[in-house]
Design a protein around this ligand. Structure first.
Ligand SMILES: Cc1ncc(COP(=O)(O)O)c(C=O)c1O
Length: 340
C-alpha cells in the first residue's frame, strides 16, 4: 500500500437541501453537509486517511488512539487498509453500535472510564516511546491528520451563498478544520459552535459566561461531545471569533427531538451529535439570529446507525397473522390522516 492510494472514497460529500424543514421554519434554504455518507459513517474517515498516510510515511510501527467511537471506527478501518496494527482506548460507555462496528477490523480495544486531558497526555508519551502514531483527532495531538478534515470547509466554500456553518463541537478540532478550509476557499460564512448545554466550555466562553474553555465535568449523554477540557478549545474560539460567529447551547432533549424530526420530515437519520447542530440552527432561527435570506449549512457528522439506543424496543415483540394486517394498515393510514 502506497500512502497516496490509501483512500476508500471518503470526502466530497454532497450538500443536500432540507426543503421541508426550511419551509416549516420560514427559511428559503437550509443545507446539510452529508458527512454520514463516509465509508465508516462519519467525517472522521477524512482524518483517518491523512493520519494513516502520516503513520506510513513516518515509518511508525502502528497507531494508538482515543475515541468515543467514530474516530476509533475510522482509524481501525484505515489502519487495517494501511496494514498498521492499532490500539484504541475507548470510552466504556460509548454506544454499543459504535463499539461493535470497530470489532471487525481487529484493533485492540481498551475500555476506559475517563478519556480526558490527563489520559491523552499519558497516551502521547506511550505512543512516542513505542514508535506509534498518536491518532487523537485534535490539532493539539495530531495536526497532520486533522488536515484531512479541512476539505469539509473547502467543499462548503465552493457554494458562495452559504452564510453560516453549524458544527457539533466537542474537542473543537472539527470546527477548527472546517474554519481553516472555509478561509482557504475564501468563504465569509460565520462559524457557529453548537455544544450540549451540559458540556459547553467553548460556547460558554464565546458567550462570555466563563473565562476559558474548561469546565469541571460533563453530564451530557450526547456521544462524541463529552469533553470538559477540549484540546482545541482556544483555537476553536479564535476561529469562531475571526469568522464573526458565535456559540450555541442546546439541551440533550432538543437534540433527540431534532433527530426524530429530521428522520421523519427529511428521511435523514443521523446520530444525536449531528442532530444537536441542527437544533442549534433551529434555536437561532427562532430567536431571529438567522433570517430567511441566510443560507446556513449544518454539518451532519455521523450516521444514526452509530447509536441506536433510543430506537431499541424492550417490550416482547408481538406477532400477527395475515388476517389482522388489513385492519392494521387502515388504522395506521387513518391515524396519519392519509386520505383515500
Ligand atoms: C459525530 C460527531 N460529531 C461531532 C464531533 C465533534 O468533533 P470535535 O471533537 O472535533 O469537536 C464528534 C467527535 O467525536 C463526533 O463523533
Amino acid at each position: 500500500m502506497t500512502p497516496a492510494s490509501l483512500s476508500m472514497g471518503e470526502g466530497n460529500t454532497p450538500l443536500v437541501l432540507l426543503p421541508t424543514l426550511a419551509r416549516k421554519w420560514g427559511m428559503n434554504k437550509i443545507w446539510a453537509k452529508a458527512e454520514y455518507l463516509n465509508p465508516t459513517g462519519s467525517y472522521k474517515d477524512r482524518i483517518a486517511r491523512t493520519t494513516m498516510i502520516e503513520a506510513l510515511s513516518q515509518g511508525r510501527r502502528g497507531w494508538l488512539g482515543t475515541s468515543s467511537g467514530n474516530g476509533g471506527a475510522a482509524m481501525s478501518a484505515y489502519g487495517a487498509r494501511a496494514g498498521l496494527p492499532g490500539i484504541l482506548c475507548i470510552l466504556a460507555d460509548a454506544p454499543a453500535e459504535k463499539v461493535a462496528s470497530i470489532r471487525p477490523y481487529g484493533a485492540l480495544m481498551i475500555a476506559m472510564k475517563d478519556l480526558g486531558s490527563d489520559e491523552m497526555l499519558a497516551l502521547k508519551k506511550i505512543a512516542e516511546d513505542e514508535n506509534l502514531l498518536l491518532t487523537i483527532t485534535a490539532y493539539a495531538f495530531n495536526p497532520e491528520g486533522m488536515k484531512g478534515a479541512e476539505a469539509i470547509g473547502e467543499e462548503i466554500a465552493t457554494y458562495k451563498t452559504v452564510s453560516h456553518v453549524y458544527l457539533p463541537t466537542g474537542g473543537g478540532g472539527l470546527l477548527v478544520a472546517t474554519a481553516i478550509g472555509l478561509a482557504r476557499g475564501s468563504s465569509d460564512a460565520k462559524v457557529i459552535c453548537v455544544q450540549p448545554d451540559e458540556c459547553s466550555p467553548i460556547s460558554q466562553t464565546v458567550m462570555g459566561l466563563i473565562e476559558s474553555p474548561v469546565i469541571a465535568a460533563c453530564t451530557t449523554k450526547i456521544s462524541g461531545l463529552q469533553l470538559a477540557n477540549p484540546p482545541d478549545g482556544l483555537l476553536a474560539i479564535e476561529k469562531i471569533t475571526a469568522s464573526d460567529g458565535w456559540g450555541v447551547r442546546v439541551t440533550d432533549q432538543a437534540a433527540w427531538e431534532m433527530q426524530d424530526l429530521l428522520a421523519r420530515e427529511e428521511g435523514i437519520f443521523v446520530e444525536p451529535a449531528s442532530a444537536l447542530a441542527l437544533a442549534g440552527l433551529h434555536q437561532d432561527i427562532e430567536s431571529g439570529k438567522v433570517t430567511s435570506h441566510d443560507e446556513p449549512v449544518v454539518v451532519l457528522t455521523g450516521s444514526g446507525l452509530k447509536d441506536m439506543t433510543r430506537f431499541k424496543t424492550t417490550s416482547p415483540s408481538i406477532t400477527y397473522d395475515i388476517g389482522q394486517v388489513r385492519k392494521l394498515v387502515q388504522d395506521s393510514l387513518s391515524s396519519k390522516g392519509v386520505s383515500e
